[in-house]
Design a protein around this ligand. Structure first.
Ligand code: NAD
Length: 295
């Protein structure tokens, strides 16, 4: 495996300039992380308000670093200078890699991917941060699917070490090697996985949530379950709190994708706690009420 990894690393194209499409929770986080680790990045969105929010978020994270004595105002300015906000594609054209992080909608993503492909050079790699959409499905909208793969970060990007690099049927080794190298340069730990529903993490996580749903259906108390998993079992957080952090809308959508992808293993037999929370708009931290209250 070591030999293979070395050979693959040699195939990697240098990533000196990046771009991210979408300045939301994930796009803003990816821009911050890339800029902090020395790769300049263009952050493109369709709304000025979103660009402002993305930049403010990066500035807030950097100010915290300065407050904690881990950075200086000069370094902070340098990092912010590494992020170029843009409402058009012109500065994206020079990127070695473009990470697509727009809304989780296959039609919007397919449109954006085809659009950006027409704006960049032949050697630019394009990666999608989709959490649930098949890479092979998205690749159908592209004329160079060999230069396309998944690059799935986790939220919050600056804290979560893992990045799933998803290999589509037509993705080239060179593309995988370049994205692995870029993720490593960003200080992350990349793993390469094949394209399948849930990639790696959600295939582990959703059977766990199914166990949690089952305990609740049997009369379990969510806060007692969290307490055991956190305090006694030693995990950083229990399933209810984790769902509140992820968002019950995101969890609900991903659960449906897993049930459809693996009906025999993760198929559903009826409404469960995740469905009920979602139907009642208890979305978690994002709207202040989930399993717990955040107001
Ligand atoms: P978000 O709604 O916070 O941000 C999406 C951004 O995309 C918005 O700012 C929107 O203005 C912008 N956008 C929409 N259309 C665009 C276009 N044509 N060009 C450029 N920008 C456009 O969403 P998010 O939570 O950051 O999620 C983005 C992607 O990352 C999704 O695919 C999601 O599944 C994935 N993801 C999200 C999480 C998470 O926890 N939020 C975790 C991992 C992966």
């Amino acid at each position: 495996v070591k030999g293979k990894a070395k050979k693959a690393a040699k195939q990697a194209n240098p990533i000196n300039q990046a771009a991210v499409l979408g300045a939301g929770i994930m796009g803003g986080g990816i821009a911050y992380q890339s800029a902090s680790k020395g790769t300049p990045i263009v952050m493109k969105d369709i709304a000025q308000g979103a660009l402002d929010l993305g930049l403010n978020e990066a500035a807030k994270l950097l100010s915290k670093q300065v407050e904690r004595g881990r950075s200086t105002p000069a370094k902070m300015a340098k990092v912010l200078n590494n992020i170029t906000p843009s409402l058009d594609y012109a500065p994206v054209a020079h990127a070695d890699v473009v990470v697509e992080a727009v809304v989780e909608n296959p039609k919007v993503k397919s449109m954006v991917l085809a659009e950006v492909e027409g704006q960049v050079g032949d050697n630019t790699i394009i990666a999608s941060n989709t959490s649930t959409i098949s890479i092979d499905l998205l690749a159908k909208s592209m004329s160079k699917p060999e230069r396309f793969c998944g690059m799935h970060f986790f939220n919050p990007v600056h804290r979560m070490p893992l990045v799933e690099v998803i290999r589509g049927e037509k993705t080239s080794d060179e593309t995988i090697a370049s994205v692995v190298a870029y993720a490593s340069k960003m200080g992350k730990t990349p793993i390469v996985v094949n394209d399948c529903p849930g990639f790696f993490v959600n295939r582990v996580l959703f059977p766990y949530f199914a166990g949690f749903n089952g305990l609740l259906a049997d009369g379990g108390d969510f806060s007692a379950i969290d307490k055991v998993m956190e305090k006694q079992f030693g995990w950083p957080m229990g399933p209810a709190y984790l769902l509140d952090v992820v968002g019950l809308d995101t969890g609900h959508h991903a659960q449906a994708v897993m049930a459809e992808g693996f009906p025999d293993r993760m198929g559903k037999t009826g409404r469960d706690a995740i469905d009920i929370m979602f139907e009642n708009q208890r979305l978690g931290q994002k709207n202040g009420k989930g399993f717990y209250s955040y107001t």
